[in-house]
Write a protein that binds this ligand. Structure first.
Ligand code: MV4
Length: 447
């Protein structure tokens, strides 16, 4: 097992990694920016090294500064958290070259899943259902229109280097496709330095249902069920839950099997997520694979009684999975509310500042992952996520009731947050009925 882990991240996820490392008796190093001097993760880590000024390019995204810090502190592994360098194959490769273990999948897997056309082809060959569309990259507009005739409109042109909602164009007619194809190529070239695009049938108002998988370095893979992440605004998730109101045990088994096949085809080790689109007739399609621990991983942890970050660390050090598929069980219902420093009444405008008062809710099934405390600074340089309220109930109705109560106890003063949005969402009849998809927040006025 490792002696010391460097955390190449900040905020709540840095604290999450510190806690898991501590439980394993592993020392931690916070590589922090000047904006995070005195931040909770900087204080909580066993050692802290300032790596540069607030802009991420000069600190949390600087590979040389992070690798140098690992060398100086004699860290034997690096946990990237999510965002920043978590899905940068070049960083994972440099870690290995410098004999520091990257706590995540192999550089090869990250490259394969980072290219959305390669990911699609890999899944197609592994027998995982993919959205009807092109075999690989589409080179000419003639090729695009001819294929679109076969699969039927509407279609979507997607950038090979895109993902997470970036670099996509919808076309409802052949004429619109002519424009969409060229625009998508040009945009992809300037945004990602790679103009390659591919074509998919456009699935209208799908649900976003993702499966958590974990693989070890010995070829074992298990899935830990789904999370419904359809409550999104401009590709930013706001609330996640499990089980999905749209998934029964038969569908869970089929999606779980597909996700395990996907992970095996990607030679996956560590924790990862297979994203699916679930359409209104109950058919599901592979969309993307995320090669990192995700923000919403606590939903799965609370539903299954596992510790995914601890498991990532064990796996990176070469240990085998802690559980077989049969040992993974699901109990109750879990909801996560993302509390962002954003003003829901001002179009979710970021609202950085200093938290003047903070009080955590408590009670059975209530968990808060946060860096909030009285005096904590929410920096304009970084992501607006301040806290995650994760609540477990016996069933969905009980979970909603407990989440509402916990939101009522949670105090974050000094900045505007998404707490009022969540209160209103939990009160919405369509949410209470589980009747929502990825179009929900555009259709309904919540607050
Ligand atoms: C789609 C789609 C419909 N059909 N692909 C958005 C994020 C990126 N990962 C892919 N996305 C979508 N891809 C096909 N073929 C609809 C979306 C989509 C979406 C997906 C998940 C969650 C929210 C979404 C909001 C708008 C569009």
């Amino acid at each position: 097992m490792f002696n010391k882990i460097l955390i190449a991240n900040r905020g709540e996820v840095a604290l999450r990694v510190i806690r898991a490392a501590r439980e394993l008796g592993i020392r931690t190093v916070a590589a922090y920016s000047e904006a995070d001097r005195g931040a909770p993760h900087t204080r909580e880590a066993d050692e802290a090294v300032c790596i540069g000024p607030p802009p991420p390019a000069k600190s949390y995204l600087s590979i040389p500064r992070i690798i140098a810090t690992a060398e100086i502190t004699d860290a034997d592994a690096i946990h990237p958290g999510y965002g920043f360098l978590a899905e940068n194959p070049h960083f994972a490769e440099i870690c290995e070259a410098c004999r520091v273990t990257f706590i995540g999948p192999s550089p090869r897997t990250i490259v394969m899943m980072g290219n959305k056309a390669t990911a699609r082809r890999t899944m197609l060959e592994a027998g995982v259902p993919v959205v009807p569309g092109s075999k690989g990259v589409i080179k000419t507009v003639e090729e695009a229109t001819s294929l679109a005739e076969d699969i039927g409109y509407p279609v979507m042109v997607k950038a090979v280097a895109g993902g997470g909602g970036r670099g996509m164009r919808i076309a409802h007619t052949p004429t619109a496709l002519l424009a969409a194809f060229t625009t998508a190529q040009t945009e992809a070239e300037s945004a990602f330095g790679d103009g390659s695009v591919y074509l998919e049938k456009y699935i209208v108002k799908p649900r976003h249902v993702e499966i958590q998988i974990v693989g070890d370095r010995h070829g074992n893979v298990v899935h830990l069920g789904e999370r419904d992440c359809s409550i999104q605004r401009r590709h930013q998730k706001l609330l996640e839950e499990s089980p999905s109101p749209a998934v029964d045990s038969d569908l869970r088994r089929r999606m779980g099997d597909a996700a395990v096949a996907a992970a095996q085809a990607a030679l996956y080790h560590s924790a990862g997520t297979v994203e699916f689109l679930l359409d209104s007739s109950g058919d599901f399609y592979f969309m993307e694979m995320n090669t990192r621990i995700q923000v919403e991983h606590p939903v799965t942890e609370m539903l299954t009684g596992t510790d995914l970050v601890l498991e990532q660390i064990r796996i990176a050090s070469g240990e085998k999975l802690s559980w077989t598929q049969e040992e993974i069980t699901f109990s109750g219902h879990v909801i996560e509310c993302r509390i962002n420093a954003e003003d829901p009444l001002r179009n979710f405008a970021p609202n950085p500042g200093t938290i003047s008062d903070y009080k955590a809710p408590s009670g059975d099934g209530v968990r808060v992952d946060t860096y909030a405390e009285p005096g904590a600074k929410v920096s304009p340089y970084y992501d607006s996520l301040v806290a995650k309220l994760i609540v477990k109930g016996a069933d969905r109705a009980d979970c909603i009731a407990r989440t509402r109560a916990a939101l009522g106890e949670l105090v974050i003063d000094g900045i505007q947050t998404t707490i009022p949005f969540h209160q209103a969402l939990l009160d919405h009849p369509r949410f209470q009925a589980g009747d929502y998809d990825t179009g929900f927040l555009e259709e309904e006025k919540i607050i």
